[in-house]
Design a protein around this ligand. Structure first.
Ligand code: SAM
Ligand code: ZN
Length: 339
């Protein structure tokens, strides 16, 4: 594997979130980012952090006064309860992104930014991190706590206040996308995952973790105690919400099997499934014919006689029915009828 990424210095720009603009590039203007069609995304006053979409003040525990300290307390409780080492936990999850020097990574719901030093370290001294959160207070604490330290390592760090379910980026701009600890509460979890998948290039990695006891603990006493303590522990792994193109998906649990982790590689092409392979045996047909070729219901006695006749002729049911129908339409026999 080469040390540097194959495509260094690809330019990335935030994109206009206005639906009429089809993700037009935004350019830096004095008080914000501007698109050629006149839309402006303002900076938080006194900073160059753009605000695309912001949770209203006090709308959640993360958008209220003291949110960062409350989050620190909650995190301390988690780490003590499950005897976990924060650096080991976060470093281990970041390693699953398979970042390389010069890479570009997105972190959604970054909060106070505890993952940023681990992402920076994984980029090995060059690369870019884009950190976003919908709660301005949380993100600003992240800026204060981590900007200087991360930028000293040579990494370019960009923050935005934005909605993880509607990301202000073009498709395939990132080598990896990461999320820790908030997706259970996204208003639309499927879109949260789909957006991470959309902005990562084919072959890039997505890692998502959040609270949720493993299924075998759900009805155990310790599982029920944790769920009574905090209803988030009842959250199920959102495997059914993954995009259908994902490759090599894996699910595992951290923190004594109470925190699920989903990881996958991104692909943009459909799964390589041949739906035309013919089945041998009495029923016959293929995935395509069995799905798309369903006919109307017929007299069950007639059906049974057709099946019996197919067997007598040594044909599959599909082959025999197709041959009858082709004859009725005066069409030449199909390949299967001839074979
Ligand atoms: C429990 S905190 C986790 C923060 C951080 N990832 C960490 O590991 O400490 C969850 C975060 O998700 C953010 N969040 C919730 N919904 C979001 C959304 N739709 N878009 C972006 N961030 C969101 C919250 O504002 C909060 O900062
Ligand atoms: Zn625009």
């Amino acid at each position: 594997m080469p040390e540097e990424l194959i495509v260094p210095n690809r330019p990335l720009a935030y994109r206009c979130p206005n639906p009429t603009c089809d993700r037009t590039r935004l350019e830096e203007a004095p008080l914000g980012l501007a698109c050629p069609n006149g839309h402006v995304v303002p900076f938080i006053p006194g900073t160059t952090v753009p605000v695309f979409c912001k949770e209203p003040d006090d709308a959640s525990e993360y958008a209220s006064g003291g949110s960062a300290e409350k989050h620190d307390n909650a995190l301390r409780w988690v780490l003590s309860t499950f005897h976990a080492d924060e650096a080991g936990l976060r470093g281990g999850l970041v390693a699953r992104l398979q970042l390389r020097k010069g890479g570009r990574v997105l972190i959604t719901g970054a909060g106070t930014g505890n993952d940023l030093p681990h992402l920076a370290q994984a980029l090995g001294g060059s690369g870019e991190i884009y950190a976003q959160d919908i709660a301005q207070q949380m993100l600003l604490t992240g800026v204060e706590r981590h900007r200087a330290e991360v930028e000293r390592t040579g990494i370019r760090l960009h923050f935005s206040v934005s909605d993880a379910t509607s990301l202000p980026f073009a498709d395939g701009e990132f080598d990896a996308a990461y999320h820790f600890g908030g997706i259970n509460l996204f208003a639309d979890v499927r879109r949260g995952i789909a957006e991470m998948n959309r902005v990562v290039r084919a072959g890039g990695r997505v890692v998502i973790g959040d609270e949720g006891v493993a299924p075998w603990l759900r009805n155990s006493e310790i599982g029920r105690m944790l769920i009574r303590n905090n209803a988030l522990y009842a959250c199920e792994v959102p495997l059914g919400l993954l995009p259908e193109t994902v490759r090599s998906p894996r699910v595992s649990w951290e923190l004594c099997n109470t925190f699920y982790v989903i990881e996958f590689s991104v692909a943009t092409d459909p799964l390589a499934i041949d739906i035309d392979v013919r089945h041998l045996g009495a029923r016959g047909g293929s995935v395509r014919t069995r799905y798309f070729g369903q006919l109307e219901g017929v007299d069950p006695g007639l059906r049974d006689r057709i099946y019996a006749e197919a067997e007598r002729r040594g044909l599959s049911r599909v082959e025999y029915v197709e041959s009858i129908l082709r004859r009725a339409l005066k069409e030449p026999p199909g390949a299967a009828d001839r074979g």
